[in-house]
Write a protein that binds this ligand. Structure first.
Ligand code: AR6
Length: 202
């Protein structure tokens, strides 16, 4: 899929795309990110959709990871294969539960994005899709979360050896609009980012 609602293009050709409303389980990027919980045993929202579409092998791999390292703390990420998904890999990360903003939520959310893109790069992955971590069941205000998500990826992407494309695949129109707005605002801060912002066909 190459349709996008907005795109940031860097001088070296790397891109951050925003797509939505769209379903991340249909993504053809090499890896997709799951907004999981610490148990890694599945849940609701995008977590349920990914396990449902990818089949039982993803859960089996998650169970093996938990047996080895224990539950996954918020802000951390692990990788499994993608089972029956079009994506070859799933990177599972645990976002913070939003409790008013004074419990290091912003730092933890940024860590999810940073750890996920780092794992992707370590595995030689070139394209990666994220959902809007923590803004569903975990209650993170979407405009704040969008700003953190985009800023973190825009900072990390230039340092990646392999990752050249990041897509944010946003499930509903309000979330999609929030991310487009955050990308436009970020692109207008020349010291923060040197990328060209454009609105897309979708
Ligand atoms: N594709 C893309 N985005 C989706 C999809 C999909 N198929 N389905 C939902 N979303 P949430 P969280 C959006 O609640 O807030 C689970 O039970 C959704 O509209 O999935 O990080 C886990 O097991 C929202 O914008 O994740 C955890 O217990 C975004 O994905 C907990 O929820 C995140 O919503 C994690 O909560």
């Amino acid at each position: 899929m190459s349709d996008f609602a907005a795109r940031l293009t860097f001088a070296n050709g790397k891109t951050v795309e925003l797509a939505g409303p769209a379903d991340i389980t249909k993504e053809t990027t090499e890896a997709i990110v799951n907004a999981a919980n610490s148990s890694l045993l599945g849940g609701r929202g995008v977590d349920a959709a990914i396990h449902h579409a990818g089949g039982p092998s993803i859960l089996q791999e998650c169970k093996r990871i938990v047996a080895k390292i224990g539950t996954l703390p918020a802000g951390k990420a692990v990788i499994t294969t993608g089972g029956r998904l079009p994506a070859k890999y799933v990177i599972h990360t645990v976002g913070p539960v939003y409790r008013g903003g004074q419990q290091h939520e912003a730092k933890t959310l940024a860590s999810c994005y940073r750890e996920s893109i780092q794992i992707a790069d370590d595995h030689g992955i070139r394209s990666l899709a994220f959902p809007s971590i923590s803004t569903g069941a975990f209650g993170y205000p979407v405009h704040q979360a969008a700003e953190i998500a985009l800023r973190t990826i825009v900072e990390a992407l230039p340092h990646c050896t392999h990752v050249i494309q990041v897509r944010f695949v946003l499930f509903d129109i309000a979330t999609s609009n929030a991310y487009v707005q955050a990308a436009e605002t970020l692109s207008q801060q020349p010291r923060a980012i040197s990328a060209v912002f454009e609105k897309g066909p979708s």
